[in-house]
Design a protein around this ligand. Structure first.
Ligand code: CA
Length: 322
């Protein structure tokens, strides 16, 4: 095709896409109908950014959270953390399923206390469902084939097990959006890249998911490690004192450090909005040391390789305090 005709064709396609997502489109007012169905897999309880991510999910009408599964040491305690958070947010309708052993070693420190309020004034929290994370994921995917995006904010243990034990579910997954990896920079925000935590905790699982052929959207360190939520924005977030920001504040205080890095909220945003990030399609492969390197071949991932960090942090707080 001639370049100009190709351009025109793309322009028409873009116009159609813009038109269909315009607020003027007939179906637009029904946000619920258009919301993206997601299941969250989280290692909440270790670092604190998963709590910030869960708050963003609940504050985003673009997303319809249909379930939460937990990964990492003591997945039941993590599931109870999620149950309490969701109950306090008025969303105890969302089922929570704990991962089954074996799980990668990840410490839960003081945030574990949040799982057991020990206070009758707290709302009674529901319990996790009886199914394991993998059984729950499989049942959900089978019931609504092709509808679910899986959002993963921890090691890929549960997802790799799901794909291994139930390979028939692969085509039913719309895509996997994950916080994982390190492409060109490491934790300090500069070269060289290094083995990122979620990958390093379960390298074979990450290798299996990256090689699975399921479409991937990746938020690596390149677009996350610089997202320090400093005191002025933290104060604004916590002063809102909504049911959701109060849960984040409690977990933040139990976490006990000063400045959280909002790695996981970037993956939440990438489920529906790429505007803060520079996106590149590339083929990533996980090596034996847990590094996620660019290799030759057809792209297997859409990767955020940079972010407008101040704009993202401001947007995050604006959205969650509402
Ligand atoms: Ca996490």
């Amino acid at each position: 095709m001639q370049p100009r005709r190709l351009f025109l064709k793309r322009t028409v396609a873009l116009g159609a896409a813009l038109l269909s997502s315009s607020p003027l489109a007939a179906e637009a007012p029904d946000l619920k109908k258009k919301a993206i169905s997601i299941i969250l897999d989280t290692d909440i309880g270790t670092d604190v950014d998963d709590a910030f991510a869960l708050a963003l999910i609940l504050a985003s009408p673009e997303l319809d959270l249909r379930g939460v599964t937990t990964v990492g040491t003591d997945p039941r305690t993590r599931a109870l953390i999620v149950c309490r958070f969701l109950a306090a947010a008025g969303r105890s309708d969302i089922p929570v399923a704990a991962g089954a052993p074996p799980q990668p070693a990840e410490e839960i420190k003081k945030q574990g206390r949040y799982a057991n309020p020990g206070d009758d004034r707290q709302p009674r929290t529901p319990q996790p469902v009886k199914e394991t994370a993998v059984e729950f994921l499989y049942q959900q995917l089978r019931a609504r084939r092709g509808e679910f995006t899986l959002l993963t904010l921890g090691p890929l243990t549960n997802i790799a097990r799901l794909l291994r034990e139930h390979p028939d579910c692969k085509p039913w997954i719309r895509r996997i959006v994950m916080m994982a990896g390190s492409v060109r920079v490491g934790y300090k925000g500069k070269a060289p890249p290094e083995a990122e935590w979620n990958v390093r905790c379960d390298i074979p699982a990450a290798q299996a998911v990256f090689a699975s052929g399921v479409p991937l959207v990746v938020a690596p360190l390149d677009a996350t490690t610089m997202l320090k939520l400093e005191e002025p924005l933290r104060r604004r977030l916590f002063q809102a004192a909504t049911p959701v920001t109060e849960q984040v504040r409690m977990l933040y205080e139990l976490w006990g450090e000063r400045t959280p890095t909002l790695y996981d909220p970037v993956a939440v945003a990438l489920c529906f909005d790429e505007r803060f990030c520079t996106m590149e399609d590339m083929r990533l492969e996980v090596d034996a040391q847990g590094r996620t390197g660019i290799v030759k071949g057809a792209a297997n991932a859409r990767v955020a390789t940079a972010i407008r960090d101040d704009d993202f942090l401001q947007w995050y707080v604006d959205r969650v305090v509402k």
